[in-house]
Design a protein around this ligand. Structure first.
Ligand code: PLP
Length: 401
């Protein structure tokens, strides 16, 4: 075969299938940050907190005792057992260990599910703004991405009425992200019940991304989808260890789903990964079976940071969605007089504070930006002081103009 043809075909396939959309915004921010010093990073969703010691020790011990091989493709049985117990202990459905697939991060679970469940042209319904890899998952499956536009009127959460508006005969999979990223909001439990009624009426499969479910504030709680009436047979519960146990670098997550669908999806996972890193599986087992105070301590830490950041934003006259969970604050920075993407860039250049524009998460306005609560309180204070200076100069310019 003519190699030129192969290369150009490869290029056009990539151009067609992987539309980089707003990835360039992230790259641009990283490039700008690369030339600056003392940047306060409130951008990525990677906890600054360390993985708790007992989990690290379990990983070290596992390596020393030979956990250096492939494991069962679905994951070591002890971990899958611990996962099903943990899901049930937090109000979720009762799964069998065979219905759980341990993956290299919840992220990979998303792609296994999308490639397994979606045919070209099927519609994947996602909350908008929402976690952007779901967009790529639709793209790679040649499915049609349907952005369900949430608004500040419902604190940027899905509602049954909204979901209903977007359903067509091609709708196949509905994604719930609860608590939401980038919005940091929780869908009220009774609304989750109503959304599930719509999913049943329209025979939708549901991916319920509950990766932040252990991190909620002010008494908000997450209603798991799978245990609701008639839902377990159509729902995939997606979660992981990155957020609740600060284990982003271990790359481990999972999905659990209907017994008749999991084996074929497990084949896809097997083709992608063979199995998830043995050391990470043993560490995750220690996370679930060891002391849980660390989860509450981290949650409290994010909560304290949330209050500081939200007070600061309020005093700058910047509105934000009510942060009820996860570790993000979604703020309407356009209130300063310029668009969110430009605001983020100026805040970085002039204040050395990194936050991400809502456009990265598919927002349909350029009004909002996401702040991650991933810096200690003194750094958040410092970020707010720097931001106050940048905001003052933007306001001065826009009032003169
Ligand atoms: N789901 C949501 C909503 C996320 O925000 C993330 C990561 O930021 C993930 C899933 C994937 O996390 P991981 O692959 O680290 O488990």
């Amino acid at each position: 075969m003519d190699s030129e043809t192969g290369v150009s075909q490869g290029r056009s396939r990539l151009a067609k299938r992987i539309k980089l959309k707003d990835a360039h915004i992230v790259t641009r921010m990283m490039d700008i940050a690369g030339g600056l010093t003392d940047v306060i990073k409130l951008g990525r969703g990677d906890p600054d907190l360390d993985t708790p010691d007992h989990i690290i020790r379990a990983g070290q011990e596992a390596l020393a005792s030979g956990a250096t091989h492939y494991t069962h493709p679905l994951g070591i049985p002890e971990l899958r057992q611990a996962i099903v117990e943990n899901i049930e202990a937090h109000g979720g459905a009762r799964y069998a260990p065979e219905d759980v697939v341990v993956t290299p991060g919840g992220q990979q679970a998303m792609f296994v599910l999308a490639l397994g469940l979606l045919d070209p042209g099927d519609e994947l319904l996602v909350p908008c703004p929402g976690y952007n890899p779901y967009h790529q998952a639709a793209e790679l499956s040649e499915a049609t991405l349907v952005n369900i536009r949430t608004t500040s009127a419902t604190n940027f959460t899905l509602t049954a009425d909204l979901v209903r508006e977007y359903i067509t005969p091609r709708s196949k999979v509905l994604v719930l992200i609860n608590p939401g990223n980038p919005t940091g909001t929780v869908i009220p439990p009774d609304e989750v019940v109503r959304i599930c009624e719509v999913a049943r009426q329209h025979d939708l499969l549901v991916v319920s991304d509950e990766i932040y479910a252990r991190i909620t504030f002010e008494g908000h709680t997450v209603q798991p989808v799978a245990p609701l009436p008639g839902m377990q047979d159509r729902t995939f519960t997606l979660s992981g260890f990155s957020k609740a146990y600060a284990m982003t670098g271990w790359r481990i997550g999972y999905f659990a789903g209907p017994s008749d669908l999991v084996p074929a999806l497990a084949e896809i996972h097997h083709s992608f990964a063979i199995s998830t890193a043995a050391v990470s599986q043993h560490a995750a087992l220690a996370a679930l079976t060891g002391p849980q105070e660390c989860v509450e301590e981290m949650r409290r830490t994010y909560d304290e940071r949330r209050k500081v950041l939200c007070d600061g934003l309020a005093s700058l006259g910047i509105p934000f969605a009510e942060t009820q969970g996860a570790f993000y604050v979604y703020a309407k920075v356009a209130e300063t007089g310029i668009g969110a993407t430009e605001f983020c860039e100026r805040l970085l250049r002039e204040g050395q504070v990194m936050i991400f524009s809502g456009l990265i998460y598919g927002d349909y306005t350029d009004d909002y930006a996401r702040f991650s609560l991933t810096q200690p309180i003194p750094r958040i204070h410092e970020a707010l002081e720097r931001m106050a200076r940048v905001v003052a100069s933007i306001r001065q310019e826009t009032s003169v103009a």
